[in-house]
Ligand binder design. Structure first.
Ligand SMILES: *[C@@H]1O[C@H](CO)[C@@H](O)[C@H](O)[C@H]1NC(C)=O
Length: 418
């Protein structure tokens, strides 16, 4: 009995050993065969390095007859990346005049790399849109190298002009400093930060008029360390254009009132001075529960945005930004670009021009938008936990958006309210 088993085992071992040898021989000889791609590319791939690899080196002279006779490529002698020889997975159809845009520091490189990888895997590997990176300092070589390797479209790197990232002359430095000290004491998030304020002012009034951004009509904003949880199988830019949308969001919430105590006063002053810019059929009902007298602090979270740059470059938007900038609240308070964009979109656009992307599943610390509806999540290969979805919880303003627009809430929303 025992000897029978061990004979059996020996048998299996021999068979396994034999198969391994056969596999080894066959795989090392197929490695020497040039693919159609190699021939088309004039052998510019790393296959030609096979001749120096330890696996086949020194033996099988017969094999070398089929090896491509080309100079060694510059890629390292490691496993070749065969993805290059797969057929392109590009979605057919025209491309929009669009770009991704990211404001980042050199030190954000690994956090933005994560974001890019997710955007590429879930969307851009099929569309190859460009990506513009903006920074108040020059980007370093590592940042450019890594991001260029990750993005499937073209990458562009811009340094922000000083006047777009500094205090305007009319700001009273002493008053602004006192505000920061006071906010630091009251432990208001980023309350003592100068650079955070420059960032909010830049995103409110300048990113869309950077020289590199002038080449595009549509943008998709991406921040470091975001996540995308579902496939996006259609061109979201084209969707915006085809459906006459100008601005979009995935998460909405109430702003910290301490950061914007007088933003609504400034807005009301603008409405009075520029009634010509206020759209008929706007979304005032999203912002205010009393017809515009007071602000309910609802805003769309602007770290994700797909929008129209020509709208931001319009006289209406620029007049609004300049009126806010003159009032000084970016420095005398801590106005965020999210409420600024949201108020502008809600008042200067018709309500049909704002879109909520239920199917773009998104995370930015600490909130998640995970599509409501199991069928959607399965169809789109989502990997977010539906319990994390913020949309229908008490601190979200998305219900309000649905009600204002007479939209039916997706099936299953009642189960996600807490
Ligand atoms: C893209 O849009 C910008 C801004 O509207 C415009 O100046 C540019 O000519 C457009 N490019 C193409 C290829 O249409």
């Amino acid at each position: 009995m025992a000897s029978g088993t061990s004979r059996y085992l020996r048998y299996i071992l021999f068979a396994f050993f034999g198969l391994t040898v056969i596999y080894f021989i066959s795989s090392s000889s197929t490695q020497r065969l040039p693919s159609a791609n190699d021939i088309l590319n004039g052998g510019k791939t790393s296959w030609s390095q096979g001749a120096q690899s330890p696996v086949s080196g020194g033996k099988a002279p017969a094999d070398s007859q089929v090896a491509p006779v080309v100079p060694a490529a510059t890629s390292p002698a490691t496993t070749p990346n065969t993805a290059a020889s797969l057929p392109p997975a590009t979605a057919p159809g025209e491309r929009m005049n669009a770009t991704f845009v990211t404001l980042a520091r050199n030190s954000d490189i690994w956090e933005i790399a994560r974001s890019i990888r997710q955007v590429e895997d879930r969307f851009n590997r099929k569309f190859h849109y460009d990506w513009v990176f903006l920074n108040d300092k020059p980007f370093d070589a590592t940042f450019k190298k890594v991001t260029t390797a990750l993005v499937s479209g073209k990458t562009h790197y811009g340094e922000i002009a000083k006047e777009h990232w500094s205090f305007p002359d009319h700001i009273d430095q002493e008053k602004a400093r006192k505000v920061r000290e006071d906010m630091a004491q009251r432990k208001i998030i980023y309350g003592d930060s100068i650079s955070y304020r420059h960032m909010c002012r830049f995103e409110s009034g300048f990113f869309f008029r950077q020289p590199l951004m002038m080449n595009y009509e549509w943008y998709w904003r991406v921040e470091p360390s975001i996540e995308l949880f579902c496939d996006i199988d259609y061109d979201a830019f084209k969707f915006m254009a085809d459906n006459k949308k100008k601005y979009s969001f995935v998460l909405s919430l109430y702003e910290y009132v301490e950061t914007i105590p007088t933003l609504w006063d400034s807005t009301k002053k603008f409405i009075k001075e520029h009634p010509e810019h206020i759209a008929e059929g706007n979304s005032m009902g999203f912002l205010s529960d009393d017809g515009g007298e007071t602000y309910n602090h609802c805003h769309m979270w602007s770290n994700f945005e797909i929008g129209n740059l020509n709208w931001l470059r319009s006289k209406a938007y620029i007049d609004y930004f300049e009126s806010l900038d003159a009032d000084g609240g970016f420095f005398y308070e801590r106005w965020g670009d999210a409420p600024v964009h949201s108020i502008a979109a809600s008042l200067l656009l018709k309500k049909e021009e704002i879109h909520f992307f239920n199917d773009i599943a998104y995370y930015h610390v600490p909130f998640t938008h995970c599509p409501t509806g199991e069928k959607t999540r399965l169809d789109l290969k989502c990997h977010c936990n539906p319990k994390d979805n913020f949309d229908w919880k008490g601190y979200s303003c998305t219900s309000r958006f649905f009600e204002l627009n007479g939209m039916e809430k997706p099936e299953g929303y009642e189960n996600q309210q807490d």
